[in-house]
Design a protein around this ligand. Structure first.
Ligand code: IPE
Ligand code: MG
Length: 208
């Protein structure tokens, strides 16, 4: 979900206003995925690197998460979806951590789909963690944060950059990639629909 900061700067607003708008966009997209019967949707919200941004921005992001977690939990209940957190949330303050844990717990029983939210997540961290957990076992998938889920069909990066930035490095091996200059807060249902249209025209061979 890239481009929140630039969306705000363009409007002479503080960066965290962009993040607030970004959360609204995210909730709208979750709802739209429901209408499209997309059972798995993932959001890269906060990377292992994002915590090295300014104190003001990081604490602003934490407050925004605290503010919106209940709305998120309500939405998920309405949609019958469970929240799955990817990342090491031990970094967050105890209050935020317990809000996240409650949301995960309270949505565990929902069977209508999954919303993955990457929080203090890095693809390399995920792989190192999985390698430690798996020991001599074979097959790393079940030690990833996405254990039991299919690999993503589409990856969408907004905000004009054309890189993965440490997101789902294992899972994206054969994923179709989409890039747009649109800043995340402006990302619309119409644009998502266009991308899905293009996705449907692509020929996926999985290397075969
Ligand atoms: C993405 O928007 C959201 C987070 C990383 C939390 P950015 O904050 O990267 O926005 P730009 O790239 O500065 O516009
Ligand atoms: Mg950015």
């Amino acid at each position: 979900m890239d481009g929140n900061g630039r969306w705000a700067t363009k409007r002479r607003l503080p960066r965290n206003t962009g993040h607030r708008e970004g959360i609204k966009t995210m909730l709208g997209i979750v709802e739209h995925c429901q209408k499209l019967n997309i059972p798995f949707v993932s959001f890269y919200a906060f990377s292992t690197e994002n915590k090295y941004r300014s104190k003001l921005e990081v604490s602003g992001l934490m407050s925004l998460m605290e503010e919106h977690l209940e709305a998120m939990a309500d939405k998920l209940a309405l949609l019958n979806r469970r929240l799955n957190v990817m990342g090491d949330i031990s970094y967050f303050n105890p209050k935020l951590r317990s809000l996240i844990e409650d949301c995960v717990k309270n949505t565990q029983g929902f069977s209508g789909g999954v919303v993955n939210v990457a929080l203090n997540y890095g693809g390399r961290d995920e792989l190192n963690r999985a390698a430690k957990l798996m020991g001599k076992d074979e097959g790393i998938e079940k030690y990833l944060y996405t254990a039991g889920q299919p690999d993503p069909d589409m990856l969408i990066r907004t905000g004009g950059e054309k890189r993965l930035s440490n997101f789902m490095l294992y899972q994206l091996a054969y994923t179709e990639l989409f890039f747009t200059d649109t800043f995340w807060p402006d990302f619309s249902i119409e644009e998502l629909n266009e991308m899905i249209g293009e996705y449907n025209k692509r020929n996926r061979r999985f290397g075969k």
